[in-house]
Design a protein around this ligand. Structure first.
Ligand code: DQA
Length: 221
């Protein structure tokens, strides 16, 4: 997948949402951890948009129990030609580098993620996390929780700094205080923005629905 410019990903647990996402999204993030039979859904997927496969742990905001099944299922997802990227947590990939190799063998990119549901770390800590994630994946992603507008400024500064250094990063602040970061972080270098197709089925706090985020991104571009 080309992450040299912004990828707007429609997040869903249901691949039959894809036609509804096409008008606005560049990709579908398939939240395997929220789906009933994700490998079966991948086997029958015949949509147009490329997929980002995510099988998120409970610790990082998903519903997949942490066991070897989770990673096996994710690596099997990478075998499908429609899966252009897999998403793996930084906390996981440091011990499971084989996942990145597996993805590469199937021409899939690796997005390496960190989520902080409590706070926004210091700017230097965020830059450090993004730098470490860049060592493992094509895109280093960081989602934080802003409790103050200054947190968003730190996140944007970290995004800008790492982008200037040549890393591909994706950043967002997840809650109400930082929600606007979803529309403006791309202006500072963030390469992936996420929005649910169905506004009632957000995959993280503070998301805009897909049509709204697409409109904001277009207006600000
Ligand atoms: O990691 C991310 C980003 C995200 O948490 C968000 O805040 O938009 C949404 C998730 O679906 C995705 O996997």
């Amino acid at each position: 997948m080309d992450f040299d410019s912004l990828v707007l990903a429609a997040a869903t647990a249901d691949l039959s949402d894809e036609p509804a996402a096409r008008a606005h999204a560049d990709a579908v993030e398939f939240r395997m951890d929220l789906a009933n039979d994700p490998l079966d859904a991948l086997a029958t997927y015949d949509g147009e948009l490329p997929l980002i496969a995510t099988n998120r742990t409970i610790e990082e905001g998903g519903e997949a129990p942490e066991n070897s099944d989770r990673l096996d299922t994710l690596s099997r997802a990478a075998e499908f030609p429609t899966v252009a990227a897999i998403d793996v947590e930084l906390a996981t990939i440091t011990d499971e580098e084989w996942l990145a190799d597996e993805a590469r063998d199937h021409d899939a990119d690796c997005i390496v993620s960190t989520h902080d549901f409590d706070a926004t770390p210091s700017r230097s800590a965020m830059e450090n996390t993004l730098t470490r994630a860049s060592e493992y994946g094509t895109v280093a992603k960081l989602a934080v929780t802003a409790t103050d507008p200054g947190d968003v400024l730190d996140l944007l500064a970290a995004t800008h700094a790492r982008t200037e250094r040549g890393d591909r990063v994706a950043t967002m602040a997840m809650d109400a205080v930082g929600g606007h970061s979803r529309a403006i972080a791309p202006l500072y270098g963030s390469r992936i923005a996420y929005a649910p197709v169905d506004p009632d089925r957000a995959t993280a706090p503070g998301q805009y629905d897909l049509a709204t985020l697409a409109g904001l991104l277009d207006t600000l571009d």
